[in-house]
Design a binder for this molecule. Structure first.
Ligand SMILES: [Ca+2]
Length: 406
């Protein structure tokens, strides 16, 4: 018998910068939490409560919200590298358990959280992570789906473990905290900022492509640049961040929906959820200015396409017999190009579908006048960005070899 329960509802967090001139002080206040709630679907209340108790999520609307304070991240980092973290109740994620596949018992601190890093000139740059309990879902699209490409099939069931994913695409504020933390101003930056992590050279041409900077998703970085950012963020925070696998990305995009988009099949609603070619007016847009999906994640459809961890393989979905996919599957062991997902402001309605797959392309290097080509920036990719995930389990991916950035 399949049993369904809802573990939590969304909550909001507001942050305030502390104007004390100090770069190490962060202040978070005004947190608002909505008590967790349950939705029973076709099960008895007794079964529901028992299952919720086992999973440590046994709060009702009449009870207090879960503890909002998490322990400071460990890792032996110096105080100035330990970032403030504030947590909030998790998303409205439906977890399905069965006798054959019991739901994983998630730790109590597996909840949404906001973390801050130091941005340019000592500014505080918060970013929010959404807790997504793992589950089994159907990856790919059916033959009947409008706009479907052959590489989206065959559909296959895969299981992903629990992870957090960025509520929004990585912004310029976040990426430049990594890329250019030591713009020379006569300060002794050597002692303050050198941390052993390689960083991008300046791009050729205008980084922002006349789209603007504040609130906008970072664009134009190579897959290598996105990977090294994740490595830097991991060292900076004491938590392991990486790019999402293609399976994690599609699971988070769908947010439980099996149709064409996260909101169903009705393309007439797409403008409510996505910046794409019909409404973007040839530009990226501020993140989180369209509706989120059911799990509170923004811009999975459109705005900027998003790098994934995996190599692309056009026939990869058919490479494993049905029912034999390992948990947390990844793409081919090697390849030439990496996966890009979600479509962008340049994409039409078919190209921003949940199952749509894209990949880097050799021509992305051709407009770079530099020799050798930059492995940090790809000149034509004014529509490519990324978001980070933090898996609950698993090891950090190997540091990527210096590559052509694709
Ligand atoms: Ca996107």
């Amino acid at each position: 018998m399949r049993r369904v329960f809802r573990i939590a509802q969304s909550a909001g967090t507001t942050l305030r910068k502390r104007d004390d001139g100090g770069r190490k002080k962060r202040d978070v206040e005004g947190r608002k939490a909505t008590p967790a709630g349950f939705v029973a679907a076709a099960v008895s209340m007794a079964v529901l409560l028992a299952l919720a108790f086992v999973c440590g999520c046994g709060k009702t609307d009449d009870q207090e919200a879960p503890s909002s304070k998490a322990e400071k991240p460990a890792g032996g980092l110096p105080e100035e590298l330990v970032n403030h973290m504030e947590t909030a109740p998790g998303p409205g994620v439906t977890v399905v358990a069965s006798a054959e596949k019991p739901a994983e018992v998630l730790p109590a601190d597996f909840v949404n959280y906001t973390e801050s890093i130091e941005g340019l000139d000592g500014t505080v740059v918060p970013f929010e992570m959404i807790a997504v309990p793992g589950d089994t879902f159907t990856m790919g699209s059916p033959d009947s789906e409008k706009g479907r490409k052959k590489d989206e099939g065959p559909q296959h069931e895969v299981t992903v473990g629990p992870f957090w994913i960025g509520k929004v695409e990585v912004t310029w504020d976040e990426y430049e905290a990594f890329a250019y933390p030591y713009r020379p101003k006569g300060a002794p930056w050597m002692e303050k900022y050198v941390d052993g992590v390689t960083r991008p050279t300046m791009p050729w041409g205008d980084s922002y492509r006349n789209f603007g900077r504040d609130g906008k998703p970072v664009i134009g970085m190579s897959w290598y640049g996105a990977m090294v950012y994740c490595r830097w963020l991991s060292r900076r925070t004491g938590k392991m961040y990486r790019l999402p696998t293609e399976a994690e990305w599609e699971y988070a995009c769908r947010a439980g929906a099996e149709g064409t988009y996260c909101f169903g099949d009705d393309a007439s609603k797409l403008g409510e959820y996505a910046w794409h070619t019909d409404n973007a007016e040839n530009s990226t847009h501020d993140v989180a200015t369209k509706k989120p999906n059911a799990w509170g994640i923004y811009d999975m459809h459109g705005n900027v396409s998003e790098w994934c961890l995996d190599w692309y393989g056009s026939t990869h979905f058919g490479s494993v017999p049905s029912g034999k996919w390992p948990k947390d599957p990844q793409g081919p062991e090697s390849g030439k190009n990496h996966v890009v997902r979600g479509g962008s402001w340049k994409s039409n309605a078919d190209q921003v579908r949940s199952a749509r797959r894209n990949r880097s392309s050799d021509w992305w290097l051709k407009l770079d006048p530099q020799e050798p080509k930059s492995h940090w920036w790809l000149v034509p990719t004014d529509n490519i960005g990324f978001r980070v995930v933090r898996p609950l389990h698993g090891e950090e991916p190997p540091f990527p070899a210096m590559s052509n950035g694709l």
